[in-house]
Write a protein that binds this ligand. Sequence first.
Ligand code: ADP
Length: 286
Amino acid sequence: MIQLYHVSMVYPNQVQALSDVTLKVGRGEFVFLVGPSGAGKSTFVRLVHGEERPTRGHVIVDGRNVGRMRRSELPLLRRHVGVVFQDFKLLPDRSVLDNVAFAMLVTGSSRRDIRRRVPALLELVGLRDKAAARPNELSGGEAQRVSLARALVNSPAVVLADEPTGNLDPDTSWDIVQLLLRVNQAGTTVIMATHAKNIVDKLHRRVIAIDCGRIVRDEAQGMYGDTLDSAAAEAAAALEEQAGGSVRPFSGLAWPGRGRGDGRGGSSGDWRRGSGGGAGAGGGWR
Ligand code: ADP
């Protein structure tokens, strides 16, 4: 489904966000992407969504090289890869219904399909009664559910969630994760970048840990791990150096060793137009 081959990403300001990342996420997997702030998680999401092109290497989504796509092909990619962001990114001057419908409009769906599909998605996320509301009339959890409905409306094969619970309280966070699990059970591949240790540790799903742009751990039924952010690790190393190597302020500073993921291999299939399908996620691109 998703394959990265020796992917490096250097931004124009020379920041190296990813270094030689190779990984495979199979169809229907649920994967947590963890790592400290600045590790490269959002960059991974942007590369798979086609918002950035890798400096080196290949990003393959269902057999198509995203980094080599023409601009005109990106809307088709976006039909198949839905994204949810920490800050929702809803259009403030549009209703809930229009926010979700807009995602179908920009990918060229017919008005008939939009009229049929959008209410079904609002039902799925439990927001049918909020269809006319504006984003500023919603709670954080409701706004994230709208954002999820928007990500699912084109029946994507993949949903990328970039810190989707970052602005939510614990109970609301669980609601969103439960929705993502349902979406995954319906066959959609879900990749969730997160700092939510309690969620990762409870669900025992595949965990890919990134630090300083490199994959440092990939476990089939992983835990969040003892993460120290890079700055703290550097500070600890500096302390140790100052003390001539005699001080060991923390044990287990590094991420635990790299395990084996359970990527089941991508598809070599062609792009196929989604057909809509039912109210649940999935359907279209498979
Ligand atoms: P994370 O999502 O794990 O916090 P990011 O992918 O956002 O990490 O960032 C990885 C590194 O790339 C950081 O050093 C960050 O400052 C840098 N970075 C991210 N986006 C850009 C950008 N658009 N331009 C320049 N540097 C960026």
